[in-house]
Design a binder for this molecule. Structure first.
Ligand code: IMP
Length: 449
């Protein structure tokens, strides 16, 4: 069976990019299937740092095809900026990149709408979106009347369609803000049309029916790596609604987003940080607004890749992560950023919540209950050692091994990978991993030929 998927089990930023980069060499095709330019992944490769939002990091390797499927919302400006950045740094994108003609496009009105509406959710607390127009674009996708897909740009009726959408958007959004140019710019259909045509011409070589391509590929036995963006708890249907993103960012989204049914996936890796972070609004039950939070933020460099916002930090939440692991159907775990915990005297793991005097271990379905949840903690010993140079499980301090084992036990899955730093080499395979197949080769090859 040819498919692997990598799914975040928290609120995003679980360092999935590093894992995807390592796993890419076992696969022929890397698939990005949901989200948009709200995601950011950082890959350190060959001593260089790469920051990508839309294009899979597999683009840094030869012999790998990167596919952006119809479940993604594509900002053409952001996509071209990434292509130019890659080409400018010597990476040939060429035929290695395919963009689905079904992807919905993010236009300037989506970004304006995101900024207009984000402040008005649920009694005052904003979602704190990335401001990239993601939610409004998905809303138009579901609404259909005002949506434009990548494939539409190459149809003869596109200019009429664009003019129609621009006129309606201007009127609709005019009723939302205070009417000032600062909140709602004037959308000039002619200049947007000219810009979009220019971008369409540049993007055309990459546009394809990726569903057909991927179905042919799996049936021919080619190996696919599905890279999830954001994390399970930000899933629009199953996360901490409404403080979520607008796509199915759990493992459940792989099939709908990519067009490849789940039967082609035989390995599903759930990625967790060794602690919790969240950026934007919404409850984070284990949040540490104190010295521990500062330790995690500074040691873990917990600042948003896309927005540079400081991330909220807290202890590992096994109630939330266990729910996410079950929902996303992962069969093994990768524990990232373990080194960040070094130097804390003792560590806590949330093993239950107390809500209105009741102890619960199921993740609440309503955000108000989660807001009232008081974490029940288990305390484990910390370790003073710096783990950055450790390369084997045996080389880890006993307290770190115990911490990892406890996470695996609480989530009911084996931990197959531990990461102790951003570099590919700072990755520890867990040999006790059940299931036979090693998560990645023992000696990862260099990133680029
Ligand atoms: P949106 O996806 O920009 O609409 O933002 C919705 C929520 O998801 C906000 O709380 C964002 O901070 C969060 N979010 C979106 N993308 C990411 C990500 O890649 N990592 C972490 N949080 C994200």
């Amino acid at each position: 069976m040819p498919g692997t998927c990598v799914i975040g089990l928290q609120w995003g930023d679980e360092a999935k990019g590093k894992l995807v980069d390592i796993l890419t060499e076992q696969h022929d095709i890397v698939v990005r299937y949901q989200g948009g330019a709200n995601a950011g992944h950082t890959v350190v490769s060959g001593g260089e740092t790469w920051k990508l939002s839309l294009i899979p990091s597999g683009i840094l390797r030869d012999g790998v095809t990167c596919v952006v499927t119809g479940g993604v919302v594509l900002d053409p400006t952001a996509a071209l900026r990434e292509i130019d950045m890659l080409e400018g740094r010597g990476v040939r994108v060429g035929s290695k990149l395919l963009l689905s003609d079904r992807t919905h496009l993010v236009f300037p009105w989506h970004v304006a709408e995101d900024r207009l509406l984000d402040g008005s959710v649920s009694g005052g607390e904003a979602i704190g979106t990335t401001g990239r127009g993601i939610g409004p674009c998905y809303r138009d996708k579901v609404g259909r009347a005002l949506a434009i897909r990548l494939g539409d740009l190459y149809r003869p009726d596109f200019p009429d369609r664009l003019r129609h959408v621009v006129a309606l958007k201007q009127r609709l959004l005019g009723g939302v803000g205070d009417g000032s140019a600062a909140t709602l710019p004037e959308f000039d259909a002619d200049s947007i049309l000219a810009d979009t045509r220019r971008m369409a011409a540049r993007l055309e070589p990459y546009v394809a029916d990726t569903t057909a391509f991927l179905l042919d590929a799996v049936e021919a036995g080619r190996r696919l790596l599905f890279e999830g963006a954001q994390g399970t708890l930000l899933d629009v249907d199953h996360g901490t609604y409404p403080y979520v993103t607008s796509s199915n960012s759990s493992g459940l989204g792989v099939g709908t987003g990519s067009g490849v049914p789940g039967r082609w996936i035989d390995r599903s890796i759930g990625v967790v940080k060794a602690y919790s972070t969240r950026v934007g609004g919404g409850p984070l039950p284990t949040e540490q607004d104190n010295a521990v939070g500062i330790h995690l933020r500074e040691r873990g460099n917990e600042y948003g890749t896309v927005t540079q916002r400081p991330r909220r930090c807290g202890w590992f939440d096994a109630v939330a992560a266990r729910y996410a692991a079950r929902l996303s159907g992962v069969d093994q775990l990768a524990v990232m950023l373990l080194d960040v915990l070094g130097g804390l005297d003792e560590l806590r793991i949330c093993i239950a919540y107390e809500i209105d005097g009741r102890t619960v271990t199921n993740f609440p379905s309503h955000v108000d209950d989660l807001r009232r949840a008081q974490p029940v903690y288990e305390t484990l010993p910390g370790w003073p050692e710096d783990l950055a140079g450790v390369r084997t499980m045996a080389g880890l301090p006993a307290a770190a091994r115990r911490y990892i084992e406890r996470i695996g036990g609480l989530l009911g899955r084996p931990v197959s990978i531990v990461s102790v730093g951003p570099d590919r080499a700072q990755t520890i395979p867990c040999d006790h991993h059940e299931g036979g197949q090693r998560p990645w080769p023992r000696h990862p090859a260099p990133a680029r030929a």
